[in-house]
Design a protein around this ligand. Sequence first.
Ligand code: ATP
Ligand code: MG
Length: 198
Amino acid sequence: MADKNEQHKKRQQKVKSEVDARIAEAQTEQGVLQVITGNGKGKSTSGFGTVARCVGHGQKAAVVQFIKGLWECGERNLLAQVGVPFAVMETGFTWETQNREADTQAAQQTWQQAKVYLQDSSIDLVLLDELTYMITYDYLDLDEVLVALQNRPPMQSVIITGRGAHRRLTELADTVSEVRNVKHAFEAGIKARAGFDY
Ligand code: ATP
Ligand code: MG
């Protein structure tokens, strides 16, 4: 037993010194571009979690929702109360609408607001929720999005969520996470729940 404890201690000491060395090496102070993609559940909630983290440090965050849900959004109800600005696309889920022209116009309008946030150095974090679909459907010009992301204030972080992130988006990003679907309650017929799914 004592042997095992000693072994564990040694191993942890080694891990700690390796981690400490890597932490000391990370010297660059700059905002991070993160893409959260994949088919599993947890992309938007992760983005909103970081918004809460940011606000909790007294920093400023802004949220752009490129697909307005059928349901009200719990995070929005909460975060709007603490002054987080929201820009919401005024259409339903895009896979429900069949009017490309109206969708494009709505996406463009929402993007104009996103661009204002992406030029505002007082905003520490911008969440571009479900942006990936706007590029997949060609509602927004990929090059224009990439340029706006690249020209943002250097200390500003940006999180992009949505399935099927374009390769050029993930290439530009500093941090990319893919949420894999192992299983989802919906597949077993369990209804989406307020306070859990939205
Ligand atoms: P969440 O907002 O819960 O973090 P998400 O952003 O990863 O989910 P979206 O593709 O934006 O996922 O879908 C939003 C809604 O669809 C949520 O209500 C979520 O529970 C549901 N959903 C997410 N992934 C799946 C899945 N693999 N199968 C069925 N429903 C899903
Ligand atoms: Mg989502």
